[in-house]
Write a protein that binds this ligand. Sequence first.
Ligand code: HEM
Length: 164
Amino acid sequence: MREAWMAWLNWLHNTPLALSMRQSEWLYPTVEILHILGFCALVGAAALFDLRLLGVSRQIPVRQMAAHLLPVAWVGFGLAAPSGFLLLLSDAQSIGASPIFLSKLVLIGLAGVNALVFHTRTARSLPAWNEHTQPPLTAKLSALFSLGVWITVIALGRLIAYYG
Ligand code: HEM
């Protein structure tokens, strides 16, 4: 398993696109800026929704907040994921083997599972707490988990440059 992963990283590292990421003066910074814009939109939208689930601004219906923020989160993810992959390409052999990078990917997966469980299970009772009431404990725990995971993902993303 580990050998197959390292072989794939090795192959990625030597693709023409990876070479361009290393050699071009403007490509890496451009992709990095897109990565930052993407995760700001994604994590910003998630954090605002999480605050609402924690009971802040209860006069705004949860359903309307979700309708407003979910597309922003998807656009953010659509920018952050491919740009993150391009950043990985720039030094695939070392970044791809970094425990910090791998932990970051696992946490992004956990955040996705948490959001899925919220939408398919917790939100079933939404009509009862859509506005002017405290959301239930399960919704608050999901929001706390989401906030914690996203803050950690941002910290790990930054730490790759120092300890990756
Ligand atoms: C979706 C949520 C994500 C968040 C919140 C996030 C967060 C971050 C942050 C804060 C940085 C540091 C930016 C800087 O120092 O300027 C970063 C860099 C990076 N991210 Fe992400 N990221 C996400 C997704 C991804 C994905 C899906 C990948 C890979 C497939 C990825 C790969 C990378 C790489 C390779 C770097 C550069 C590391 C270095 O400094 O060498 N990211 N990310």
